[in-house]
Design a protein around this ligand. Structure first.
Ligand code: DON
Length: 584
C-alpha cells in the first residue's frame, strides 16, 4: 500500500508540474491542491436538505440560488439549469464555463428522456499528429497546455438549444443573473479564494487571466468582491443575441484573435459551424431501477450500465459496503468496463460504437463469469490490441415542481481549462483536446490510450467520461446524479447509485461515503483517505491488488426524491467547500 496526498481529481484540480510527466492527467491533477478550505469529514452533514417542491444542487451556493430564483418565478428545470450554468461560469470559474462544453440529460414528468451533447469539437484544421513534436514524440505541452489544446466550445450553443426546445422563460431572464453577478460582483467564497491563490503561478503566462482573476496580481481573499467586467459584457451579448452573442460578432472575433496570437487553430468558420446534438440516452436497469445516462461521445453511460450489470449478479449487501469482498468485486467490474471504454468508445459520428452489446445483460454475464472471487485479474495494454483517451468539471442537478429533472455535467477539462482568458471577452478557454488519444497505437500501463476510436479528426468530439444520470422506478423519478473528476466520474456515479440501492444509505450518506477508483490502467485501486481499514487494504493486497490511499475523489451534487412524500432531498457534496443545495 502506498500513501499519496490528494492523488485523485478534486474540486479544484490544478495542473502541477508533475502532471507533465504523467500519462494520466486526471489522476494527477488534484495532487497539488491545498486543503485549507476543506471541511473536515467529521463535520460533514449526514442528512440532505429537504424541500417539498424543487431543488438545485451545485458546486456554488450562489449559482444554486440563481437556479432556485428561476424556479420560484415559474421557470422549469431546464430554465433553472441554464441559469445555474451561466451563474457557475461566473462564481465557479474552475469548471463553470462558457468556453467549454458538456452534456445535459433531461427526464420529463411523463417518463420520456433525452440528452443534449454540447461537447467541444476538434477544429477543422486539427489532425492526428498535432500533439507530436517535430521528432514525432508525444508533447504533453501541445496536448494539454497550449492554444492547440482548445476545442471549439459548445456550452452556449448547448444551453441555447435546450432553451429553444425545452425552456419556458425568456432567454434573457436566464442569462441576466450571471451578467449581474459578473458586473456588480460577488463576495469570493472561501473555496474560490483558496483555489485562485493556488493558480497564480499558472496564470502568469496569460496577462488577461491574471487581470481577470486577481487584484492586480494579488490573490483575492475570502469575502473580497470579485468583479468580472469583460465577462459581464460577453454574457450581456449572449443575453441579448443568444448563441450569436458567442459564435459570431465581437465575442467570436476576440476568440479568434487570441487563437492567432497564441498559435491556435480555431477559426470563425469553426465557431459558425458548431452545433450541439440531441441524442437518445443510454438506458439500463439495476435491481428494478431504470438508469438513464449519457451516450457517446461520453463513455459514461455505457461504462456505468456495464458495471451495474456486472454487479447485479453479486450480493453486495451481504458483502457490506467497502469490505474487501465488495471492493474486489467492484474493482473487477471497473477494470472490465474501462478496458471496453478504451477499446470501443469514441464520437459516434465517426465510429460505430457497440452500445447495445456493451450494455446488455448477456455481455455482463460473460464478464462476470471471468471474475475470480479470491484473486485480482490482470490489466494489460495488449487487452485492447488495436491501435487504442486522455482526461475541471462540475456537475449539478435540478428537479422542478412538476417532476422534470435535469442532470448537467460540463467542463473546461483541467481546473480553469487552458488558463487562457480571451482578452477583452473575459472568459476562460477549455483544454479539452487533451481528451483525444494523442498517439496512435501507444497504450501504456500508466493509462495513456492509443486506440482508434478516439484519435483526433477534424470536427470529431473527444471522448468524455462525464456521466450525468437520472434514475427512475415504475415510471417515477428517483434520483439525479453526476460528478466531475475525469475517469473517476463514472466510478463516483456508480458508487453513489449503489450506495442508495444496495446499502439503503440516504442521499447525503451515499454522497459522503468514501469512494474507490480503478480504471483498468494503471492497475491500481485508489481509495479515498479514511475510506477503509488497514485490514481491508491487507486483504485486497493478498488478493493481488495494488492499493493507493489518499486524497478525495470527485464531488457528486445529487438529488433523491422521497419515495413516500415526494420531497426533493438535495445532497451538496461537502468535498466542494462552496457548494449548496437550495430548494423550496
Ligand atoms: O470529459 C471528460 O471526461 C474530462 N474532460 C472531464 C475532466 C474532469 O472531470 C476534470 N475534473 N474534475
Amino acid at each position: 500500500m502506498t500513501h499519496r496526498p490528494l492523488n485523485l481529481m478534486n474540486r479544484y484540480p490544478r495542473v502541477s508540474i508533475r502532471a507533465r510527466a504523467a500519462a494520466l492527467p486526471c489522476l494527477v491533477l488534484g495532487i497539488a491542491l491545498g486543503a485549507g478550505a476543506q471541511v473536515p469529514r467529521a463535520s460533514w452533514p449526514t442528512e440532505p436538505v429537504s424541500a417539498p417542491r424543487t431543488m438545485v444542487v451545485s458546486a456554488s451556493r450562489i449559482a444554486s440560488e440563481a437556479g432556485d430564483r428561476v424556479l420560484k418565478s415559474g421557470g422549469n428545470a431546464v430554465d433553472a439549469a441554464i441559469a445555474t450554468g451561466f451563474a457557475l461560469a461566473v462564481t465557479y470559474p474552475t469548471a463553470g464555463n462558457i468556453g467549454g462544453g458538456g452534456f445535459m440529460v433531461i427526464r420529463f414528468p411523463d417518463g420520456r428522456a433525452t440528452t443534449i451533447d454540447f461537447r467541444e469539437k476538434a477544429p477543422l484544421a486539427a489532425n492526428e499528429k498535432m500533439f507530436l513534436d517535430s521528432a514525432g514524440n508525444y508533447s504533453y505541452e501541445k496536448h494539454h497546455e497550449s492554444h492547440l489544446a482548445v476545442g471549439v466550445p459548445g456550452t452556449v450553443a448547448g444551453l441555447a438549444y435546450a432553451h429553444r426546445k425545452y425552456g419556458a422563460k425568456p432567454w434573457r431572464t436566464l442569462v441576466d443573473p450571471a451578467v449581474k453577478l459578473a458586473r456588480d460582483g460577488f463576495a469570493a467564497p472561501a473555496g474560490l479564494a483558496q483555489s485562485l491563490a493556488g493558480e497564480m503561478a499558472r496564470f502568469q503566462k496569460y496577462p488577461a487571466t491574471v487581470a481577470a482573476y486577481s487584484k492586480n496580481g494579488t490573490p483575492y481573499a475570502a469575502g473580497d468582491t470579485v468583479r468580472l467586467p469583460d465577462l459581464a459584457r460577453t454574457l450581456d451579448r449572449i443575453a441579448r443575441q443568444g448563441r450569436a452573442g458567442f459564435y459570431a460578432g465581437e465575442t467570436a472575433r476576440l476568440l479568434v484573435a487570441e487563437m492567432q496570437r497564441g498559435g491556435g487553430i480555431i477559426t470563425l468558420q469553426d465557431l459558425a459551424r458548431y452545433a450541439p446534438v440531441e441524442r437518445v440516452p443510454v438506458r439500463g436497469t439495476y435491481r428494478g431501477y431504470d438508469i438513464i445516462s449519457m451516450p457517446p461521445p461520453s463513455s459514461g453511460g455505457i461504462a456505468l450500465v456495464e458495471m451495474l450489470n456486472i454487479m447485479e449478479g453479486a450480493d453486495l449487501k451481504a458483502m457490506g459496503p467497502n469490505s474487501a469482498a465488495h471492493i474486489h468485486y467492484e474493482t473487477e467490474a471497473m477494470r472490465r468496463a474501462f478496458r471496453d471504454r478504451a477499446r470501443w468508445v469514441g464520437d459516434p459520428d465517426f465510429n460505430r460504437v457497440p452500445v447495445a452489446r456493451l450494455t446488455s445483460k448477456s455481455y455482463a454475464a460473460a464478464q462476470r463469469a471471468s471474475i475470480d472471487a479470491q484473486h485480482a485479474s490482470a490489466s494489460a495494454p495488449a487487452d485492447v490490441d488495436v491501435t487504442s483517451e486522455g482526461v475541471h468539471t462540475t456537475h449539478y442537478s435540478v428537479v422542478d415542481a412538476s417532476g422534470m429533472a435535469v442532470s448537467v455535467t460540463y467542463t473546461l477539462e483541467y481546473g480553469y481549462g487552458s488558463a487562457i482568458v480571451v482578452p477583452g471577452a473575459g472568459f476562460l478557454l477549455n483544454n479539452e483536446m487533451g481528451d483525444f488519444n494523442p498517439q496512435r497505437g501507444v497504450t501504456t500501463d500508466q493509462g495513456q490510450i492509443g486506440t482508434e476510436p478516439n484519435l483526433v479528426r477534424p470536427q470529431q468530439r473527444m471522448l468524455s467520461s462525464m456521466t450525468p444520470t437520472i434514475i427512475a422506478r415504475d415510471g417515477r423519478l428517483v434520483a439525479v446524479v453526476g460528478s466531475p473528476g475525469g475517469r473517476t466520474i463514472i466510478n463516483t456515479v456508480l458508487q453513489v447509485v449503489s450506495n442508495v440501492i444496495d446499502f439503503d444509505m440516504n442521499i447525503q450518506q451515499a454522497v459522503n461515503a468514501a469512494r474507490i477508483h480503478h480504471q483498468w490502467l494503471p492497475d491500481v485501486i485508489e481509495i479515498e483517505e479514511q475510506g477503509v481499514s488497514a485490514d481491508v487494504v491487507r486483504q485486497l493486497e493478498v488478493m493481488g491488488h495494488r492499493v493507493t490511499l489518499g486524497g478525495e475523489q470527485g464531488t457528486a451534487h445529487s438529488i433523491l426524491i422521497d419515495r413516500r412524500t415526494r420531497a426533493r432531498l438535495g445532497a451538496a457534496d461537502p468535498r466542494d467547500p462552496d457548494s449548496g443545495a437550495v430548494g423550496h
